[in-house]
Structures are given as C-alpha cells and as structure tokens.
Ligand binder design. Sequence first.
Ligand SMILES: C[S@@+](CC[C@H](N)C(=O)[O-])C[C@H]1O[C@@H](n2cnc3c(N)ncnc32)[C@H](O)[C@@H]1O
Ligand code: SF4
Length: 390
Amino acid sequence: MRADPDRAFGVQAFGVYVHWPFCLSKCPYCDFNSHVRHAAIDEDRFARAFAREIETTAQRIGPREVTSIFLGGGTPSLMQPSTVGAILDAIGKHWRVAPDAEVSLEANPTSVEATRFRGYRSAGVNRVSLGVQALDDVSLKTLGRLHSAQEAMDAVAIARSAFDRYSFDLIYARPGQTPAMWEAELRRAIGEAAEHLSLYQLTIEAETPFFALHRAGKLQTPDESASRALYDVTQSVCAELGLPAYEISNHARPGAECKHNLVYWRGQEYAGIGPGAHGRLDIGGTRYAVATEKRPESWLMRVEASGTGVVTDDRLNSEERADEFLLMGLRLAEGIDPRRYQALAGRSLDPSRIAILREEGAIIVDADGRLRVTQAGFPVLDAVVADLAA
Ligand SMILES: C[S@@+](CC[C@H](N)C(=O)[O-])C[C@H]1O[C@@H](n2cnc3c(N)ncnc32)[C@H](O)[C@@H]1O
Ligand code: SF4
C-alpha cells in the first residue's frame, strides 16, 4: 500500500464544521444553505441531533485531535449560548480537543446577537466572524441587510471586548462602487479590524433575487476591468496596512490566519455536521467526500432515525484528490508543494505547463520548490488551475 501522503507531509490538522441553517431573512445575493422559519426553532431538538451526528461520525472515523471548530451558517448567532455549549460539549465528548483549538462562530452584527457574545465565550467560542458586508447604510439596504453600519460597528466593538480574536466580512464590487470609494471604506475597515478580514467580490449567484435583477439590467455590477481595479486596490491597501492576503479573499496579520479555513485550503481532514454540511474524511487511507441532507427538517428526521444526515459519501480516487488539492491549495498565498501533488496523483505536474504559466507571470516557483499564484494570476485562478490539472 502506498504511504499516506498527508502523514508524509506532516499534515495533522482536523477541523469540525457545524452548520446552523437558519436566518432571520434571506439576503438577495446569498445562495448558502440558509432558511427562514416563522415558527420558533426547537434548538434543543437540533442540539440533540448535532450531538448524535457527531457521535456517528466519531464512531466511523475513530479518534482524532480537533484543531479547529467552525460554527457557520446561516446565522449561528441566532443560537442560544446553551445550544452552542451543547454542540461543543458533544465534540469534546467524542474527540480530544487540542488545548489551543480555534473555535469560531459566524455572527450577524445586530445588537440582539451581540448581547450573546459573552455567553458564547463562556460556552467555549474564542473567535467570532461578523458579516458586516458594508460600512454605509445605503449599501447595506441594497444588500438587504437587517443592520445599520453603526449597529455593525457597535457589534464589532462588543466582539473586540469579548474575544481576543475576531474578523469581519465585507462584500465589494457592489453596484456603483468605484475604486476610490472602496479604498476609503477599506481603510476605515482595517482601522476596525484587529487581525483578520474576509473581502469577497459580490458574486451574482444563480436563482437569487440579485440574479434576476442583474439579468433584467436593474442591477449593474462592475465589469471585468473595474473588478480588476477593485481587486488591485484591495491587495495594495491591505498589504500596506499590514493585512496581506493569505488566501484569494482573506487577509490577516501574519500568524492571525483562520486556522479552520486553512484546513480546507491545505486539503486537510474535516468533519461536516448539520444540514448541508460537507466533510472530507480519511478512513483506512481513503478520502471520502461526504455531504448531508440540506433541508433542515429532513436532516433532523434522518439523524433521529439513523444517526446521520449523510446523503453523499464518495470515495475520492487519487486523481480527484490531487485535483482538489490543487484547486484549494492554489488559493493560498503560500501555494502548494508540488511533491505532495505528486504523492497524491501518482504523477508530477507537467513541467512544460509550469514553464508557460511562469512565463506568463501567472505563477512563480519558490527557491524551496513551492508553486504559488502571483497577484496577476489570482484574477484568472480558475484558468491556471485548469491548465495545471489538465
Ligand atoms: C454565508 S454568510 C454567513 C454569515 C452571516 N450569515 C452573515 O451574513 O453575516 C458568509 C459570508 O459570505 C459572503 N457572501 C455570501 N453570499 C455572497 C455573494 N453572493 N457574493 C459575495 N459574498 C457573499 C458574505 O460576506 C457573508 O458574510
Ligand atoms: S448572507 Fe448570511 S444572513 Fe444573509 S441569507 Fe446568507 S447566510 Fe443568511
């Protein structure tokens, strides 16, 4: 049997992702697995189901040391702190949790949710990620957000007082946004962000209200060259102010990167718990791509009946694993180790393709052999990956 390439490359992280699938309202740009319910949600019932699915997953894969936990959504900050506590306790009951594990929770920056931050900290959360999205009320209204800019900044201040680590998200390339406007907003944002910012270009997702508006010409987004200018502003301002990109949309002070998201991008192992969660599990030297039922109530019934909501459970062959490694790893500023690709794929990357992409300025190869996408290459990342994987 071939040696496990992860072990050969010292990759030992294990993350647990838990999905809370409910929101107070559906934002018109969002295609995440999030649902609005007008009746009260039975959090205790969900907490029991989360615990059950954690137990089933632990029985399947065996002992692990959890290095990061991420409660994402949806809007996890709608959960009571006791629900979060019950989920974290269940994880700790079935796996060992590393003493320095990162435990993040995604929060919407409304005043109601911010009142729960201290409760989350007592439950074991040590990092929050706030969906601020924009620093002006007109943009927030366009994005369909329920909070004002002031409310978001107040929530950031509460996060700062409750947690050593926090991050927030902004969406840029919004309708009518110029590079100068974005630069001013970004400089203000960095003044508020201690160590980490996620900066996403607005994507028009199929089957969202924004998609229909965009198609009807009622929502104008920046064209390719304007988007490129906005992207370049993002990179230069963040680098100048000490938060360089460590991933295509994520910026941090060195050492403050989100450990959990690094698990995904470095191709490490993680369990996905809750409705519509994805996982990558390593069992007996084989990697499985696992996903659960998306509809919250159907997921609940499946878990109550059988202990798991898993509906997709695919063994990845070496080619699929290697492609995924490339796709995720090249998003990172640190790039990839081509020897790990070789260990996974059983073949090396094509030197002639590497040479062409280097000549085009899309990638560089470091002195230590790591292959990285350049700032010029990031806007065409998909094409770079497709070329290397071919
Ligand atoms: C799924 S949301 C969860 C966080 C939380 N519910 C919130 O909205 O504040 C995670 C992040 O994805 C980003 N996002 C969602 N849809 C997007 C889109 N169509 N384009 C760009 N960013 C998007 C937003 O910045 C959001 O904060
Ligand atoms: S962006 Fe966040 S709050 Fe809005 S619908 Fe998506 S998950 Fe819910």
